[in-house]
Design a protein around this ligand. Sequence first.
Ligand SMILES: Cc1cc2nc3c(=O)[nH]c(=O)nc-3n(C[C@H](O)[C@H](O)[C@H](O)COP(=O)(O)OP(=O)(O)OC[C@H]3O[C@@H](n4cnc5c(N)ncnc54)[C@H](O)[C@@H]3O)c2cc1C
Length: 233
Amino acid sequence: MIYRAEVLESRPLTPSAHMIRVEKAPGFAYLPVQFCGLELVTSAGGVEYPMSLASSPTQEFLEFGARLSSSPWKTAFAALRPGDEVEIDGAYGHFVLDTARDAVFVAGGIGITPLKGMADYLTDTQSPRHAVLIYGNRSQDEIAYRKDLDRLEQVNGNFTVLHTLSREPSDSGWTGRRGRIDAALLQDAASRLQDPVYYLCGRGAMVMEVGQALLRLGVSRERIAFEVFRGYS
Ligand SMILES: Cc1cc2nc3c(=O)[nH]c(=O)nc-3n(C[C@H](O)[C@H](O)[C@H](O)COP(=O)(O)OP(=O)(O)OC[C@H]3O[C@@H](n4cnc5c(N)ncnc54)[C@H](O)[C@@H]3O)c2cc1C
């Protein structure tokens, strides 16, 4: 389905990431959580980028979150205001939650978008399935959707977030985990769950690194789902 949607909300997520909410057209359906083509009017003309939905099919709106850059599309995305229009083409993709099994979500940076939508879905449907999100960022101020994730943890007793920061200054007061997502953290998450499926999302290098760590831990390929955000180096 392709339709023009009105922007309902537009705000920064972090100093380097931005989100928008747009109208969901009647009859627009998607699985938790696919991606859409999002076409914007940019300084280089109309440009469409693939963008994961950061919302859940249970919600009345569609949401997208993007890491910013100086590209024409990103500049146009950050400049969107309520009342502007965008073009939605979707939904596509096979990065979809298996609602019958526990889940380990592994996100690097803005790769959180579809996984946040999956966590929304599990919460809104009061799923009995347990999910642990491992969320890796460079620093505290780069954690996108931090308040939303805190809220989901509070209202959904089956959902846990494990943050880890790779470049947080040592004197910042951060008392949580530090370092990259590694085998020990993956094992910690899995130990809280029963035979989980792993959902990896982020840039290619991160997805590859975590996928290989899982294979080395003996996780079978059929239990590893991934979405690679092409376009990031
Ligand atoms: C399935 C899927 C879901 C994605 N979901 C998200 C998301 O939720 N949030 C997010 O921030 N990013 C997401 N991405 C990546 C996004 O589509 C962009 O590729 C990425 O954000 C880099 O954009 P940029 O303009 O900053 O890149 P730049 O490095 O500045 O772009 C360099 C050049 O490459 C071109 N280019 C870059 N990416 C693409 C592309 N995908 N298609 C066509 N031309 C391109 C640009 O026009 C520019 O000329 C997703 C990608 C895929 C495949």
